[in-house]
Design a binder for this molecule. Structure first.
Ligand code: GLN
Length: 495
């Protein structure tokens, strides 16, 4: 067994110890499983644990030993032996993948998502599947059929969503790296609420093969970690086109890890957005943290200026209209015939059978299917869906215009501190408004990163940086510098 403080190691530190032989992967995974056993009843980060994780750990140990004795094996795995938590809407071969829905309660995929496969190829070990809002629809992980995930920093509060289980698993040292998905902020919101990093890459940079669809034109698989270097290692393990499986996937070279390790932001230009800075939707502690973050990047020799994005007032309406329209079409496949939840249809009329099956969706998913169907219906298509697409095009153009003069845009990740459990869930519109800063990047397809920046009364605050398409290296460089500048002011896990 390893000491509990070792469970807080960053992935890159763990890999060093594994390669040098000072930590056995079997011991590490066993200790982490023990921690999950003792803690997760309260936190509820996991829906399913991978019962083969220990066997896989032994295999890695064997390979490390054989490669050190005869030079063979795959000891160059950049994530060798690293425990990986995977959001439960990302397919894992032989491990149940529920989307936190009764509809897929018993669904076991027969293949790994490309991103999962590539992380495993780099040596990572899937430790379990994490809790989420059903099908990714929500911002608090309260819309899960498997119960809410609690925030490790304050267990009366939500961990954020929809990738709440992934973020909470990292913040409570029940995993070292994690995968989430981000349609309108689902990686960055829980990252911010749990004081970890959450990267939504450029649309298309990571293959979506194996990600169970919610809103295809907006969503990406996202990466979550406790250090900037870990994010870079993960990114390098998963980039690269996967055209035979995902036609929207694009090729890009890996990040030069040395290049993110710079000492200043000299020559880098940041934009803040007036409409966000002046909005009264941003709570006071968040605004203070944002102003402090601006000072921090200025102290690193960056230039910060304010710009206006007038179309921002349409961002939430545009996002939710498009997301719900795509959701209603994607979720049509859960009809009780091909896969997922079903009942014996004997003696039932078709309508009765179909509505029996579909009544298994949770309330938020039902709301979105109905609204999405409505905005796509022939009488209202022009009034809602088309308008939302036009607004999206304008927002995207305004953002691209800003990014032609600036390297990055800086905003809070979330306008509020993590809400108490139950505080926001009864009013969907109020819940949707907390996505105001995150949906922008999905509408524009640009990369965005939430950086754990500060704490207010023991609650984490994340700051978001957005960059040009495919400029993930810029975001990682900012993250790396701020990580060192902030030092011990920011904690990234509760031990
Ligand atoms: N909260 C947003 C929604 O409910 C974002 C969700 C996500 O990114 N999957 O749609």
């Amino acid at each position: 067994m390893v000491s509990s403080s070792k469970l807080a190691l960053n992935a890159y530190e763990l890999v060093e110890e594994v390669k040098s032989g000072s930590i056995s992967v079997e011991d590490y995974i066993a200790s982490m499983l023990e921690r999950i056993e003792s803690m997760d009843e309260r936190i509820n980060a996991y829906i399913t644990i991978n019962h083969h994780a220990l066997d896989e750990a032994r295999m890695v140990d064997k390979m490390v030993r054989s490669s050190s004795s005869d030079g063979s094996g795959y000891c160059n795995g950049n994530l060798l032996g690293v425990p990986l938590a995977v959001k439960d809407n990302i397919s894992t071969e032989g491990i149940r993948t529920t989307c936190a829905s009764r509809m897929l309660e018993d669904y076991v995929p027969v293949y790994d998502a490309t991103v999962v496969k590539r992380l495993k190829d780099a040596g990572a070990i899937v430790i379990g599947k994490t809790n989420m809002d059903e099908f990714g629809m929500g911002s608090t992980t309260e819309f899960s059929a498997f119960g809410v995930t609690r925030n490790p920093w304050d267990e009366d509060r939500v961990a954020g969503g929809s990738s709440g289980g992934s973020a909470a698993s990292l913040a409570s040292c029940m995993a070292s790296i994690a995968l989430g998905s981000d349609t309108g902020g689902s990686v960055r919101c829980p990252a911010s609420f749990c004081s970890i990093y959450g990267l939504k890459p450029t649309y298309g940079l990571l293959s979506r093969y194996g990600l169970i669809s919610y809103a295809n034109s907006l969503e990406c698989i996202g990466l979550m970690a406790r250090s900037a270097v870990d994010l870079a290692l993960m990114l390098n393990a998963v980039v690269g086109a996967d055209v035979q499986n995902d036609h929207t996937s694009i090729d890009a070279p890996p990040i030069d890890i040395e290049s993110i390790n710079s000492t200043s932001l000299k020559g880098i230009r940041f934009a803040t957005i007036r409409e966000i800075m002046e909005s009264n939707a941003i709570d006071e502690p968040i605004r203070d943290s944002m102003l402090d973050a601006i000072t921090s990047v200025e102290q690193l020799d960056a230039v910060v200026e304010e710009v206006s994005i007038p179309s921002l007032k349409y961002a939430l309406a545009s996002y939710y209209t498009i997301a719900m329209a795509e959701a209603s079409s994607n979720l049509a496949r859960y009809d009780g015939i091909r896969y997922g939840y079903t009942v014996q249809p004997d003696g039932m009329a078709w309508n009765e059978f179909y509505s029996t099956i579909r009544s298994n969706f949770g309330s938020e998913v039902k709301r979105r299917i109905m609204l999405g169907t409505y905005v796509l219906s022939s009488g209202y298509y022009g009034r809602y869906y088309m308008k939302a697409q036009k607004a999206r095009a304008i927002i995207r153009e305004e953002i691209m215009h800003v990014l032609r003069s600036y390297n990055a845009i800086i905003t809070p990740t979330m306008p509020v501190l993590p809400p108490r459990i139950g505080e926001r869930i009864s009013d969907p519109l109020r819940l949707y408004t907390i996505d105001i800063c995150t949906v922008i990047a999905n509408l524009a397809g640009i990369p965005a990163l939430s950086i754990p920046y500060s704490m207010h009364d023991g609650l984490p605050i994340g700051i978001q940086f957005m960059a040009k398409h495919l400029d993930e290296a810029m975001l990682l460089r900012i993250a790396y510098l701020l990580e060192h500048a902030r030092g011990s002011k920011v904690k990234r896990c509760v031990l």
